[in-house]
Design a protein around this ligand. Structure first.
Ligand code: GLU
Length: 516
C-alpha cells in the first residue's frame, strides 16, 4: 500500500444536481490526492437507469470546474481506465464476471423471487414482529433461490431466462471488522447485514458490486463517501474478502453528515431555499418540473469562499486560521482532522466568508465584476461607466457589502441623484439652524477648487464654527440631502467621487425640495 500512487475518486450518481455534501466529498478527496501528489478521478455511477436525470453529469462537471477542482481522469477528460461511466463499463461486461465468480465460489447465489414474493416475505416477517424485515441468512431459506432449489431446477430456470438477481451470501453470525480512517475500527455482526443484490435482473450491477470492481480496477487507494454508506460497509468488506481482494482494497473514510443550522437533523436539499441559503453549488432547474433550486455561484459567492465554507464543514486545521486557498488546503488537509460528528451549516458564517474574499480582491478586480451589473442600470456610453469612477465606487462600497450583486442596491445614488429623502432623519434634523448651516456650506463649497475628501471635511468643520452649529448634528442630514439615505460609505470620500458640480447640484436641489 505504502508505495502505491495515491488515487481518489469522486463517484456521484447522476440523479440530479449535486448537493453541497457531495461537493464536499469531492473536495476532501481532491485535497487528499493533491497533498500526496496523487490523482483525482471522476467516475459516474449511473447503474440505476430509473433514477437517471438528464443534465446531472454536466452539472457535476461544471460544479467541480467552478470550484477549481481539477479532474485528472474521468468522464470529461478520459484516462487509462476509460470508460468512466458505469453504464458503458457494464456494456463491456466488466461486472458480470465478478458476480458469476462469487456464485461459483458459493459466496453469492441466484434469486428468482418475483416482486410479489418479496412483498409476501416482508409481510410474513412483519407479522412475526421481525424488527427489520430483510432478505438475509434466515429469510433466504424460505425463498426461491439457488440455495433452496435443486441444481437442476436452477439450471432449468436459467435456461428458460426466468429473471433473476445475484445476491451476496452473508454468513449467519460472524464478526466483520473494518478500519475507517475517520472512525477507527468498526465492528458489526453479519446478522445485521442483508443479502445485498449485486447484479440486478437487467444485468446491471448495483452500487455495492460496481464501486468495488471499479475501485479495484481503477487502483483507488482511498474511498471517501458520505456517512449514509456506513451501514453498507460491512457488506462491502465481505465482497472484497470473497473476491480475494482484501489486500488491495482502498481505505475507507466515511464523512460526517451536514446538519441543519440549528443542528436538528440532516441538511436536506430542500432546506436551503426554505431557510434562505443555497444547498447546491450552482443553480439547477429540474428538467421534469421546471422548479429552480438556487446555487452559490448565482447567489454571488466566489468559488474561493465556497470551498472555504465547505472545507470547514467537518474538517478543522487545528489552528485559528479561517481563510485558506485551495493550494494551502492541499498542503494542510488530513483525515485525522475530520470529525466523526455532524457538521452544522451556518448561513451567516457563509456570508462572512464571502465578505472576507470580497475585501481581499483588488478594487480593479471587483470593478470588472460589477461593471456588467452596472450596465443593466445605466444608458450605454454614460460617463459614469468610466473605469476610474466605477473602481473608486467599488472601493468605497465594498466595505458595506457581502456580495458584488448588492453594490447597486447599496449605492445606486452614486449614479442617480436621489428623488426622496429619509423622512426620519429630516424630521429629527431639519430645522432653521441646520438649514442655515447647509446654505453657508453650499456657498463655502462653491468657493473651493480642490474638492477632495480632506478639503470638504475641513470646510464642513469650519462651517460649523462659522454658524455655531455642532457638526455632529448635521452630518447625517448632509448625507441624506446628497444620497437620500441615512447610511453609506465615508461621506467625504463619497463627495470627492461625486465631484464638486454634482455635489453642489444635489445640495441645491435637496434644499429647495426639502424646504417645500
Ligand atoms: N454513487 C454513490 C453516490 O452517489 C457514491 C458513493 C461512493 O462514493 O462510493 O452516493
Amino acid at each position: 500500500m505504502e508505495n502505491k500512487r495515491v488515487r481518489l475518486r469522486y463517484a456521484p450518481s447522476p440523479t440530479g444536481p449535486q448537493h453541497i455534501g457531495g461537493i464536499r466529498t469531492a473536495l476532501f478527496s481532491y485535497l487528499f490526492a493533491k497533498k500526496h501528489g496523487g490523482d483525482f478521478i471522476l467516475r459516474i455511477e449511473d447503474t440505476d437507469q430509473t433514477r437517471f436525470v438528464k443534465g446531472a453529469e454536466e452539472y457535476i462537471i461544471e460544479s467541480l470546474n467552478w470550484c477549481g477542482i481539477k479532474i485528472d481522469e474521468g468522464v470529461s477528460v478520459g484516462g487509462p481506465h476509460a470508460p468512466y461511466r458505469q453504464s458503458e463499463r457494464k456494456a463491456l461486461g466488466i461486472y458480470q464476471k465478478y458476480a458469476e465468480q462469487l456464485v461459483k465460489d458459493d459466496f453469492a447465489y441466484y434469486a428468482f423471487d418475483t416482486g410479489e414474493e418479496l412483498d409476501e416475505m416482508r409481510k410474513r416477517l412483519e407479522a412475526a414482529k421481525v424488527v427489520a424485515p430483510q432478505y438475509n441468512s434466515v429469510s433466504r431459506q424460505n425463498m426461491k433461490n439457488s440455495l433452496t432449489l435443486s441444481e437442476d431446477e436452477v439450471k432449468k430456470l436459467l435456461s428458460e431466462n426466468v429473471p433473476y438477481v445475484i445476491r451476496l451470501k452473508v454468513p449467519r453470525s460472524e464478526e466483520i471488522r473494518f478500519h475507517d480512517i475517520i472512525r477507527g475500527w468498526v465492528v458489526v455482526n453479519s446478522s445485521q447485514v442483508d443479502d445485498k443484490v449485486l447484479l440486478k435482473s437487467d444485468g446491471m450491477p448495483t452500487y455495492h458490486l460496481a464501486h468495488i470492481v471499479d475501485d479495484i480496477l481503477m487502483e483507488i487507494t482511498h474511498a471517501v463517501r458520505g456517512e449514509e454508506w456506513l451501514p453498507s460497509a460491512p457488506a462491502h468488506m465481505l465482497i472484497y474478502r470473497y473476491l480475494g481482494l482484501e489486500s488491495t482494497m482502498p481505505q475507507y473514510a466515511h464523512l460526517p453528515l451536514l446538519l441543519k443550522p440549528d443542528g436538528n437533523g440532516k441538511l436536506s436539499k430542500r432546506d436551503g431555499d426554505r431557510l434562505g441559503f443555497p444547498t447546491f453549488p450552482l443553480d439547477w432547474t429540474d428538467p421534469a418540473t421546471g422548479e429552480l433550486s438556487s446555487g452559490y455561484r448565482e447567489k454571488g459567492y466566489f468559488p474561493e469562499a465556497f470551498i472555504n465554507i465547505l472545507v470547514l464543514l467537518g474538517w478543522n486545521p487545528g489552528t485559528v486560521q479561517e481563510l485558506f486557498t485551495l493550494e494551502e488546503l492541499a498542503q494542510l488537509f488530513t483525515f485525522e482532522r475530520v470529525s466523526k460528528s455532524g457538521a452544522k451549516f451556518d448561513p451567516e458564517k457563509a456570508k462572512w466568508f464571502n465578505q472576507q474574499y470580497l475585501r481581499k480582491k483588488s478594487d480593479e478586480e471587483i470593478a470588472a465584476l460589477f461593471l456588467p451589473l452596472l450596465k443593466e442600470h445605466l444608458p450605454a456610453g454614460s460617463p459614469l461607466l468610466e473605469s476610474k469612477y466605477v473602481t473608486t465606487f467599488c472601493k468605497l462600497i465594498k466595505e458595506k457589502a457581502h456580495f458584488v450583486n448588492e453594490f447597486w442596491s447599496l449605492g445606486s445614488y452614486f449614479f442617480i441623484a436621489p428623488e426622496s429623502y429619509d423622512a426620519d432623519v429630516l424630521k429629527k434634523r431639519w430645522n432653521e439652524q441646520s438649514e442655515k448651516f447647509m446654505l453657508v456650506l453650499t456657498d463655502n463649497y462653491k468657493a473651493i477648487d480642490n474638492f477632495t475628501a480632506a478639503e470638504t471635511e475641513n470646510i464642513f468643520k469650519q462651517t460649523g464654527e462659522q454658524t455655531g452649529v455642532a457638526v455632529g448634528t448635521v452630518m447625517q442630514l448632509l448625507r441624506v440631502l446628497l444620497t437620500g439615505v441615512g447610511g453609506g460609505p465615508m461621506l467625504f470620500e463619497m463627495m470627492e467621487l461625486l465631484g464638486k458640480k454634482e455635489t453642489l447640484q444635489r445640495l441645491e436641489t435637496a434644499l429647495t425640495k426639502v424646504k417645500n
